[in-house]
Design a binder for this molecule. Structure first.
Ligand code: NAD
Length: 320
């Protein structure tokens, strides 16, 4: 299979799990510097130790490079497209990066996929952020998604619509996965688990937005990987673009999340309350009835267990 964003948090875990069960993986990533590329290289090092892994450094928005890739690897049957410019806050600072990686990149990957003679299925990453200003929780796949709170969210929704058009015009079967705040070992330095853990361990204050009146449906990486593999293994009918929530179905208030990290680190956090940021949403909460029934998705990891594992990994990684 082809996995894009393979040096990223979710992509590297999905690739490892696919290799472990005997799949061959061709991985693509442009190793950009949105966060420390050393972390991307370290994830990649673990993959490159595997025999059935091959890495191609390229951008998913580069049509020529992706066309070359699918010409030289014409036996690919599954495309797992996880590369994206992620992060809500940064989409205010650098909007063009989102248009390039998430919109052009999505079109290029579907164009590349449709040139694969043995293509069965494109699985791609979407986001809980598509629910935007919706207030009714839990979020269901059938809820409206036309009021994004950030450009990031708008580009992820655009990705789903692009997938729909390729299903309709070219008959490409695809599954879009709306991930809900994923955390765990090898995670992202711009996300809450990492930011809060590093602040607590280094004795810095934690900025908490909206006076802490925020909730996130934090979902552990191993549960997400099981969901992605579940989606990969269940090919929709040709011409069908399916969309699923992959979330923990158990939102955690931000202050409880911080208390969990305090317990795991054995240190007290210093909290600095700040106003709500405009592009943020106050709560996320996944209804997972559809993904449970169709993909066999069933998150198993409690927040205490998941944070323990993250903090253990974080300490080891930073002690190197
Ligand atoms: N982590 C989460 O909580 C979360 C939540 C919702 C959606 N998502 C989505 O899941 C996917 C994976 O996210 P992640 O958390 O692993 O992020 P990540 O930033 O760790 O991984 C993305 C990878 O894609 C690569 N990349 C970015 N632009 C590229 C381009 N133009 N060409 C090639 N490679 C490129 C990056 O270098 C990075 O290694 C993304 O599509 C993201 O939008 C993640």
């Amino acid at each position: 299979m082809l996995v894009t964003g393979v040096a990223g948090f979710i992509g590297s875990h999905v690739a490892r799990a696919a290799l472990a069960r005997g799949d061959s993986v061709i991985g693509v990533d442009n190793l950009n510097a949105y966060y420390d590329p050393a972390l991307k290289h370290a994830r990649l090092d673990r993959l490159q130790a595997e025999r059935h892994f091959e890495f191609v450094e390229a951008s998913v928005s580069d049509m020529e490079a992706m066309e070359r890739l699918v010409t030289t690897h014409a036996d690919i049957e599954t495309v797992v497209h996880l590369a994206a410019q992620a992060g809500v806050a940064y989409s205010i600072e650098n909007p063009i990066a989102y248009a390039d990686s998430n919109v052009t990149g999505q079109v290029v990957m579907f164009e590349a996929a449709r040139r694969l003679p043995r293509l069965r299925h494109v699985v791609y990453a979407s986001s809980s952020s598509v629910y935007g200003l919706n207030e009714d929780v839990p979020f269901r796949e059938t809820d409206r998604t036309d009021r994004p709170a950030s450009l990031y969210a708008a580009t992820k929704r655009a990705g789903e619509l692009i997938a729909h058009s390729y299903a309709h015009v070219h008959g490409i079967a695809s599954s879009g996965l709306r991930f809900f705040t994923v955390y765990g070992p090898w995670g992202r330095p711009d996300m809450a688990a990492w930011l809060f853990t590093s602040a607590i361990l280094e004795g810095r204050p934690i900025p908490v937005f909206n006076n802490g009146l925020m909730e996130r449906d934090f979902t552990y990486i191993d549960d997400i990987v099981a969901g992605v593999l579940g989606a990969i293994d269940r090919t929709p009918k040709p011409g069908e673009n399916r969309i699923f929530n992959l979330g923990n179905n158990s939102p955690v208030p931000l202050l409880d999340f911080i208390a969990t990290i305090e317990r795991a680190t054995g240190r007290k956090a210093e909290i600095r309350f700040e106003p709500m940021r405009r592009a943020d949403v106050p709560a996320t909460f996944a209804d997972i009835a559809l993904s449970a029934e169709t993909l066999g998705f069933q998150p198993k990891t409690s927040i205490d267990e998941g944070i323990d594992r993250f903090v253990g990994w974080y300490r080891g990684y930073n002690a190197r």
